[in-house]
Design a protein around this ligand. Sequence first.
Ligand code: ADP
Length: 474
Amino acid sequence: MEGKNYINGEWSTAGDGVIEVMNPATGEKFGTVPNGGETEASAAVDAAAEAFKSWSKTTVYERASLLMKWHDLLLENKQEVAEIMTKEMGKPLAEAVGEIEYSASFISWFAEEAKRSNGRLIPASKEGKRIQVLKQPVGVVVSITPWNFPAAMMARKMAPALAAGCTFVAKPAKLTPLTAVRMYELAEEAGFPKGVINLVTGSASKIGRVFTSHPAVRKLTFTGSTEIGKELMKQSADSMLNLSLELGGHAPIIVCEDANMDLAVEGVMASKFRNAGQTCVCGNRIYVQRSIVEEFSQRLQEATAKLKVGNGMDEGVQIGPLVDQDGYEKSARHVQDAVDKGAKVLVGGDGRAENGAFFYNPTVLINATQDMLVMNEETFGPVAPIMAFDTDEEAVRLANDTRFGLAAYFFTDSLTRGTYIAENLEYGIVGWNDGAPSSAQAPFGGMKESGIGREGGQEGLDAFLETKYISIKL
Ligand code: ADP
């Protein structure tokens, strides 16, 4: 597949050559996209700035109707878009289809929600004054997204931005740009006016520099690592960009002795092994109450051993390849470090990296301790370390012992224990007996070094609106 950039309503191959997109399940080349840089990024921002003049003045009803056309086209073509995703990223096809549906759910939700971006009329303390509050689109929005959810991370930004009346420039990840290209083709078919949506693939640092320094840009919305998030925040200081940052996580999962064991195993499997463990909300550390740690570990081992690893295009595969060699090596390094420090492998602990394909087997470790790499760094792979705890206070303390604060999970049927744990976890997203809490209607985002701002929910729209206060003296 040959992908192009989309700038000011035109498809273009301009750039410094091309970037090759590889299939991580086979090691074969799947396609190319232009290696764009400053020139392309600037042209895209200029186009978005020009288009903002008219797009921001359209009614939200017009914008919502275009978004719903895009939503429908995406769902009509979901199988095809999902296949592109699986071939460039590796996730099982069923998960890729699920991601397209999830992406579409953000588009329809924000198409509706934007109709309610109401202002306010506030009673004034002085006679003859009127205090009006208006919500207005923030302006040109630029987005930088990662490879693990090539469709959803972009849709979650693009839909609310467009619904709010902003114009948009996307830079998808180098490893997975073709899903975005196909989504843009469908968006073009839906009929967005020229310049409203733009796509630039290529050099992250060059495009990133333009995004953070071009005077027309008003907002940067980013999903990726905490390190790059901090770098972009520093770069954005001079232009005082409005920022939304969805950064790394290191999710704890607490399983209490009174938990429904079936639900806990199911929830941990869903949170840990979706996308082969390559999600920022993936359970990374599992704390299990000592009285049930043996039974739980055995149940998790049995369920994990049944997972089918392979090419995501093959029927029934549940664990695809890791996206690249670095990803593979990180999982292997985390397991080795844990074993060196006293952990025991119950299942997995090995893999196969050959000819550009990187399969790491789903792994369960017991006897984990807080000093292990796997308990501190985001693994981004299918590795589940288990550590025993005694009291709820201890579990919460261990869970909060990290610079991250994105997602956390716990399992208990006790309202009292659950309320204590939920209210004391320093995390933006908490799943109580729920391994998959993310949805379009809910605010998704992190505390601490996991980021700034929320995506989804009413907050996800607010992120693209400025508040203007108009004081009227009669
Ligand atoms: P991940 O490990 O999830 O890929 P990264 O933070 O490395 O996380 O990448 C997330 C996105 O940020 C990708 O689109 C990547 O190309 C982009 N990126 C990486 N480095 C920079 C940079 N210096 N400036 C702007 N964007 C960057």
